[in-house]
Design a protein around this ligand. Structure first.
Ligand code: F6P
Length: 491
């Protein structure tokens, strides 16, 4: 599947159905810079994956406003055409108050559901006020969507754990709507999920969808099991369907991906070559071996574990001192939540300590790149690297792994990948590691820097073939094909 085929598929199947995507995170953020308004793209895998799909298909994307100039650029319906430089679809912004953001996003989303689903031993916080705000915000999103639809037919594609109650609320006022929801994070085992005081309401909300997508079959099975143990319903395991009150929800795996072709062709361009030069110069990246890690700063990403492994690698192999630099790029996120503040401090202190212990003259083993990295910078970093480390302690998919592979048009470079990512199920030619083991991670770094060229190329070309085949357009195409099987003829 490619961009053109997806566009044709959507145009053909959704003739009478407007295509509406809903997510918490918006794809373009407008901010004031002095007297000027600039726009930026958030550090979000969801946005990186869905923006190309929307650019290919057109439609409406409803999301929370997040920039201080967002209100200054929209029309009276809170809409703006995006991408701002080359409009292809419409973004409709939903405005939340500070209290709503605190209770819904900082609170229930990121202090309850996020740790609950990732199981990296951060205790979820269940606060009834957060839950009530979360319900109210889901209603606000539903109102924004329903105003667009009225009594028409439509296909609404809902994203992620922020909006578990949305499908139900939309269908209460717009019964002619088909909805699919994609869950971008892992779905845990029933034993984990059962501690949520509002588990039945959440499952009830999700089951209002006609189709529910997860990254892996493992997540689908966990979900079926959770529903089976929590609600009265019939689970039809052969067709992965849950039947309840006369309607059914299909539960299928759709491993999300990236725009392989666009990244590969950008990686071949002069812009990336110039950016590689700038990075080498600005960060003094002239050593024999460069490693990279690119993550939104989050405790699920295993960043301290990675830094400790680099320390161990240098302790075990002092011959690499001065010959090796690891670049850790990535922006802070969710900084109003305590765990994230603490994590940022921990990473800062660890990097300083490791650099202090190993530095020789001007050389430091760890370089932090804190600038907001645009796609050309990310691809340049991938191209500079001998290896990329993705050491998530648990991750639904992890698109950095797939972006690294897509960038390596030279078919060189080694991907060190945590076994606990969805990506590890597809990218089996990576060096798969358990990030909880510093020794295993340090040994994988040693293996990466010593891997013969032919083996690197054999592995990288196999990895590229996987991502090329299962790209973001195949992901969207598979979801569209499944949902259109459920449409009644004529809309
Ligand atoms: O991976 C889960 C997820 O919610 C993505 O959907 C999103 O890309 C990422 O986390 C970023 O989170 P946030 O939107 O909270 O910055």
């Amino acid at each position: 599947m490619n961009k053109k085929k997806l566009r044709e598929l959507v145009a053909d199947r959704f003739q009478d159905y407007p295509f509406i995507v809903v997510s918490n995170r918006e794809p373009y953020i407008h901010s004031w810079a002095g007297e000027k308004i600039n726009y930026s793209r958030p550090a979000s895998g969801l946005v990186r994956a869905l923006d190309p799909v929307m650019q290919a298909c057109g439609g409406l994307w409803v999301a929370q406003a997040s920039g201080d100039a967002d209100a200054d650029v929209v029309d009276e319906e809170s809409k703006i055409s995006v991408p701002p430089d080359d409009p292809r679809y419409t973004l409709k912004r939903v405005w939340l108050t500070k209290a709503e953001e605190e209770g819904y996003y900082d609170g229930f989303c990121n202090q309850a559901l996020w740790p609950l689903c990732h199981v990296v031993y951060v205790k979820p916080r269940f606060d009834e006020r957060h839950w009530n705000t979360y319900k109210g915000v889901n209603q606000k999103f539903a109102d924004a969507v329903c105003t667009e639809i009225g009594d028409k037919s439509a296909f609404v594609f809902i994203q992620d754990y922020h909006l578990t109650l949305l499908a139900k609320k939309i269908k209460e006022c717009c019964p002619n709507v088909l909805t699919a929801q994609f869950w971008h994070i892992p779905w845990p085992d029933y034993e984990v999920f059962r501690i949520c005081p509002w588990k039945a309401e959440i499952l009830d909300g999700l089951l209002a969808n006609d189709l529910l997508g997860f990254h892996t079959l493992y997540d689908c099975n966990n979900f079926l099991w959770t529903v089976d143990r929590t609600l009265e319903c019939k689970i039809e395991r052969e067709r992965y369907a849950i039947v309840r009150g006369g309607s059914s929800t299909l539960v299928y795996p759709f491993p999300i991906s990236v725009d392989f072709k666009r990244i590969s062709s950008q990686a071949r361009g002069n812009g990336v070559a110039r950016e590689m030069k700038r990075l080498r110069h600005q960060y003094n990246l002239r050593q024999e071996f460069i490693g990279v890690g690119i993550d939104r700063i989050d405790y699920i990403k295993g960043i301290p574990e990675r830094l400790k492994a680099i320390d161990l690698f240098l302790n075990k192999n002092p011959q690499y001192e001065g010959r090796f630099t690891f670049v850790q790029a990535g922006e802070a996120s969710r900084m109003r939540v305590d765990e994230y503040k603490k994590l940022n401090e921990e990473i800062e202190e660890l990097a300083e300590d490791i650099n202090w212990r190993h530095h020789i003259g001007r050389w430091r083993p760890i370089v932090r790149l804190r600038e907001h990295a645009v796609p050309v910078t990310l691809i340049a970093l991938h191209r500079l690297a001998k290896f990329c480390i993705v050491s998530s302690l648990h991750d639904g998919m992890n698109l950095v792994a797939k972006e690294f592979v897509s960038s390596r048009v030279d078919e060189d470079g080694v991907l060190i990948l945590s076994r606990f990512t969805g990506a590890a199920r597809e990218l089996t030619e990576a060096l798969l590691v358990n990030p909880y083991s510093a020794d295993a991670l340090a040994d994988a770094i040693y293996e990466a820097v010593n891997m013969p060229q032919e083996e690197q190329q054999r592995r990288m070309s196999a990895l590229r073939a996987v991502v090329k085949e299962n790209n973001i357009y195949s992901w969207a195409g598979n979801i569209v094909s499944e949902i259109t099987k459920l449409m009644s003829p004529g809309g």
